[in-house]
Design a protein. Structure first.
Length: 116
């Protein structure tokens, strides 16, 4: 069974930093897409950052130069370092991963709140 276990998140003041981590079950090499979405109250879920097929990275325009996605293959973990946080970054952040055989899975979500 595929599991995505998230950690990190919390409350931070504007301009601060937070780090989210997502550990996937099994080998990280079994997933061809892995990354983060977020959903703010009253808004649709949107892509934040991801490693895509072929190993490239993709970022939402709103987070470029502020957020960095990274991976530790030995630990089957993908992390999202968020810097220069803004109140508009407040959302529930979801890890997601597409397993090559089993399909798309989501983490339980972790709240990020940025106070002004």
């Amino acid at each position: 069974q595929v599991q995505l276990v998230e950690s990190g998140g919390g409350l931070v003041q504007a301009g601060g930093s937070l780090r989210l981590s997502c550990t996937v079950s099994g080998s990280i090499y079994s997933y061809d897409v892995i990354g983060w979405h977020r959903q703010a109250p009253g808004k649709q879920r949107e892509l934040v950052a991801a490693f895509t097929i072929g190993g490239t990275t993709q970022y939402a325009d709103s987070v470029k130069a502020r957020f960095t996605i990274s991976r530790d293959n030995a630990k089957n973990t993908v992390s999202l370092q968020m810097s220069s946080l803004k109140p508009e970054d407040t959302a529930v952040y979801y890890c997601y991963a597409n397993h090559q055989r089993l399909g798309l899975f989501w983490g339980q979500g972790t709240q990020v709140t940025v106070s002004s």
